[in-house]
Write a protein that binds this ligand. Sequence first.
Ligand code: FES
Ligand code: FES
Length: 162
Amino acid sequence: MSELQEVSCRVNGKKRAFVVDPTIPLLHVLREILDLKATRFGCGEGTCGACTVMVDGQAVMSCDLPAGGVDGRRIETAEGLDGDPPHPLVAAFLEHQAGQCGYCLPGILMAAKALLEGEPAPPSRARIAEALDGNLCRCGAHARILDAVEDAAKHMIRGPLA
Ligand code: FES
Ligand code: FES
């Protein structure tokens, strides 16, 4: 165990601070310290995408990111998509019935959000598929997921929202 470190960051727009072993994965801080359970533990070794969150606008696998590395940074998780009206991605996934198991979905949504906010124009279907390639889904919803992200892209303001 490393020496404990105080880490301050913004999570879904709110300032959060915690004292933690800086080598433990961000995923565990989100789930066990900050009680944000939407981000899932899948493989735990950076290969399934279930733990995807956004850090400073980029999609990252939180099981593979030491908590000490997020000091001063901006984190977004699937909880941040809650709202009324719903975020365009949530609305599109509901409309296309693209979310099947709910386990990989939070990671897929955050990978899609990072893509759509980072592109100057709605991305092609091939570009969406490429961006979601690291998010495993075994239920056969791929086509509906791509439909939903394409649809959400038409309704999203370009550039980071938070
Ligand atoms: S749990 Fe992080 S990539 Fe699988
Ligand atoms: S949505 Fe989870 S396996 Fe496809």
